[in-house]
Write a protein that binds this ligand. Structure first.
Ligand code: UT7
Length: 325
């Protein structure tokens, strides 16, 4: 049976120039390099410059993805930008990206699922492509979490950083089997009962302020390992594959211990997990496309490889996408 598949034509990413070490964090809060490395695996994070907005990071990542894809922004039908830290309350930061890229047709919007945002955005674009409404989509995850961190709260401010990653998707005909290139299946979940475990204590209709990130880390950690392993298995089951078939796990980069826990639960060897949390920290919706771009550009990911992308974040939201490169 012939079906439409969304294949990845190009990837791109961008990290702000300013690198903040754990040592620098010890000058802001009562913490240590030893605590941060042993509890999270984070060595450094990047922070955007004062005049650098989420859309600026997104535009740079998008330009690199378009360049790798060898296509012009004018031929895109859709931009979906996953972010929890938009430039403004409205318009969508995706509209700023659209204008900067010189794309005057199609449509652009933001998507808000916090750390799961990229997986949500990818699934959304894939569904537009599979429905035949879109041929080429730009999917971006971009964040400036440094703007919503409380630099007096050591339990959160050491964990997050800024960055952006993007992919260009294109409609291609597939045979409808798991040998097809492109996105094979996506699975999204949320459970709003847990929204108070990871949230921002501000917003336009509540406080009229931007607010700061608050997290009950230990509770989030516990749910993350269980939910992630479950959604990964759900994705593999949906197409009749097993963890042994995976070439690469590209997880949301929140904590090295969560990555280790998930891969252990799946029986996946550590060499098959792309880990960038040490250099990028947790960049929320940007973390998966950032990690993906690193592993594509250093030659690890090759045509035909089976990739599993997974994330979990505030809401709670979680999800996974299985794709063949
Ligand atoms: O991306 C969205 C999803 N987010 C996540 O997946 C994050 C999930 N959670 C985590 O990654 C981990 O729970 C954390 C890294 C946030 C925390 O690690 P933990 O091993 O769960 O530590 P904890 O919260 O249980 O805290 C242990 C101790 C506490 O001290 P006491 O109460 O045992 O005396 C904390 O006060 O570590 C203390 N602590 C710190 N010490 C030094 C907390 N933050 C720091 C810090 N430096 N920055």
């Amino acid at each position: 049976m012939k079906i439409i598949r969304s294949i990845v034509r190009g990837t791109g990413s961008y990290l702000p120039k300013r690198i903040v070490t754990n040592e620098e964090m010890t000058r802001m809060v009562d913490t240590s390099d030893e605590w941060i490395v042993s509890r999270t695996g984070i060595n450094v994070r990047h922070f955007a410059a004062d005049d650098e907005k989420t859309s600026d990071l997104a535009i740079k990542a998008a330009e690199r993805a378009l360049e790798m894809a060898g296509i012009d922004a004018e031929s895109l039908d859709m931009i979906v930008l996953a972010t929890a830290t938009p430039d403004q309350t409205f318009p969508a930061s995706a509209a700023t990206v659209q204008a900067a890229l010189g794309m005057t047709s199609g449509f652009a919007f933001d998507m808000q699922a916090v750390c799961s945002g990229f997986v949500y955005a990818l699934a959304t674009a894939d569904n537009f492509i599979k429905a035949g409404q879109v041929k080429r989509a730009l999917v971006i995850g971009a964040e400036t979490f440094s703007r919503i961190l409380d630099f007096e709260d050591r339990t959160t401010c050491v964990l997050f950083g800024d960055g952006a990653g993007a992919v260009v998707l294109e409609a291609h005909e597939g045979k409808g089997t798991s040998d097809d290139r492109g996105i094979l299946t996506s699975h999204l979940h949320s459970d709003g009962r847990y929204r108070d475990l990871l949230y921002v204590d501000g917003g336009p209709s509540s406080t009229g302020t931007v607010g700061h990130l608050r997290m009950k880390g230990r509770d989030v950690f516990r749910h993350a390992v269980v939910n992630l392993a479950s959604v990964v298995n759900e994705s593999l089951d949906a197409v009749g594959l097993t963890a042994d078939d995976l070439d690469w796990l590209i997880p949301h980069q929140a904590n090295k211990r969560i990555l280790d826990g998930t891969s252990r639960k799946l029986g996946l060897p550590p060499e098959k997990v792309v880990v960038t949390v040490g250099k990028h920290s947790n960049t929320s919706a940007a973390s998966i496309p950032l990690a993906l771009d690193v592993a594509v550009r250093d030659g690890r990911i090759k045509e035909g490889d089976l990739l599993l992308l997974e994330a979990m974040g505030g809401g709670f939201t979680w999800g996974a996408s299985l794709l063949r490169w």
